[in-house]
Design a protein around this ligand. Structure first.
Ligand code: ACO
Length: 328
């Protein structure tokens, strides 16, 4: 059976930094509350004249360059985003046009913050089946556009950014196992209520601020701790490995307390966690690929390392990919 792995990686975050002190001027919050309750100090916010596909295209170009492939070599683009440019066309089609990947099919995946893990898992199936050779997987978010900057419960959490990987057949290592799950009975816990067919945009939906993220933070928190542990265990078991074999966990960066509680249950050493939440906040589908790119570039993750990516988010959805890093 063919093996699929990451052969190129890149990421992009916008220049503009918004600090907790900036947020103190906007809503009734404090730097201390945000740091202690979430672990976040800074987040990046995209420029007014940019959108999700611009950031996704930047990350995609870097991943292609790293993989030493030209855009024409890409057979498929899968974009994971909870903040796409539009409901349709897909952000994947827009990125295809922006980077000139004229031979690629393209579609989006909507799985909340688990989007990147879902997209990567999907890409692996196309490679191992032999249908495609090179697939670009992008996690890109401009959450600042769907964040209610008057709601202190949510606006302190999110940030903008994008990460991308190129998936191809590899001789050694690659994706060892994938595990996905969903529970739609929790759909109401994390939601952008209006703008779809259920609540089309109207003066009323705008007045009631229903085009912004709404979240039941406590319930999402409890779900996230339980599911992070479960997804990590399931993916390692599927590969006939144990948590002791894992060199790094790259978790979805939602809240430091969620991650601390889950790794305590897993008895996993905290120093082997890849974290960037303090500098970027929760970038949903972009959190994992940006953190992975940083850990590879600063030479923490090296060829042969066993790396576990774990995501959880709106849907509710969750999932994990266990991989052996195969790039020098
Ligand atoms: N500043 C100051 N006080 C605040 C703030 C703030 N920014 N936000 C909430 N509070 C207040 C609340 O109003 C509440 O006050 P009250 O007791 O007077 O009512 C108090 O702080 C405690 O509120 P809790 O919601 O209980 O605070 P908690 O410790 O649970 O932290 C948080 C809230 C950070 C949202 C946490 O629940 C969390 O991280 N949940 C998970 C979020 C998450 O992971 N979301 C993303 C999932 S991924 C995706 O798909 C997008």
């Amino acid at each position: 059976m063919k093996k699929a792995g990451i052969i190129g990686i890149g990421s992009y975050v916008p220049d503009r930094v918004v600090t907790n002190l900036d947020l103190e001027k906007m809503v009734d919050t404090t730097d201390e509350w945000i740091k202690t309750r979430t672990g976040i100090s800074l987040r990046r916010i995209g420029p007014e004249n940019a959108c999700t596909s611009d950031m996704g295209a930047e990350a995609a170009r870097k991943a292609l360059e790293h993989a030493r492939l030209s855009p024409e070599n890409i057979d498929l683009i899968i974009v994971a985003s909870a903040s796409p440019d539009m409901i349709f066309p897909s952000t994947a089609c827009i990125i295809q046009s922006k980077i000139g990947a004229s031979n690629a099919a393209a579609f989006d995946i909507q799985a909340g913050c688990t989007g990147f893990v879902y997209a990567l898992t999907c890409a692996v199936q196309f490679i191992v089946s032999g249908m495609y050779k090179n697939i670009l997987v992008v996690g890109a978010e401009m959450l600042s556009r769907i964040t209610d900057w008057e709601d202190r419960n949510t606006c302190v959490l999110f940030g903008d950014g994008a990460g991308a990987v190129v998936i191809s057949e590899v001789e050694e290592g690659g994706i060892l196992s994938s595990y996905l799950g969903a529970d739609g009975t929790g759909a109401d816990l994390l939601i952008l209520p209006a703008g779809g067919s259920k609540e089309p945009a109207s003066i009323d939906t705008v007045a009631k601020r229903r085009h912004f993220i709404q979240m039941n933070g406590n319930e999402v928190f409890k779900f996230a701790v339980r599911i992070l542990e479960e997804a990590a265990r399931k993916a390692t078991e599927k590969a006939n490995l144990s948590m002791n074999d894992v060199d790094y966990i790259v978790p979805h960066q939602a809240n430091i307390r969620i991650i601390d509680a889950a790794v305590k249950r897993l008895k996993f050493p905290r120093e082997q966690l890849v974290m960037n939440l303090d500098r970027y906040g929760n970038m949903s589908s972009a959190s994992i690929p940006v953190a992975l790119d940083e850990a590879y570039r600063d030479k923490r993750i090296k060829r042969g390392d066993i790396v576990l990516l774990v995501g959880f988010g709106a849907g509710l959805t969750w999932g994990a990919n266990l991989l052996e890093w195969s790039i020098d």
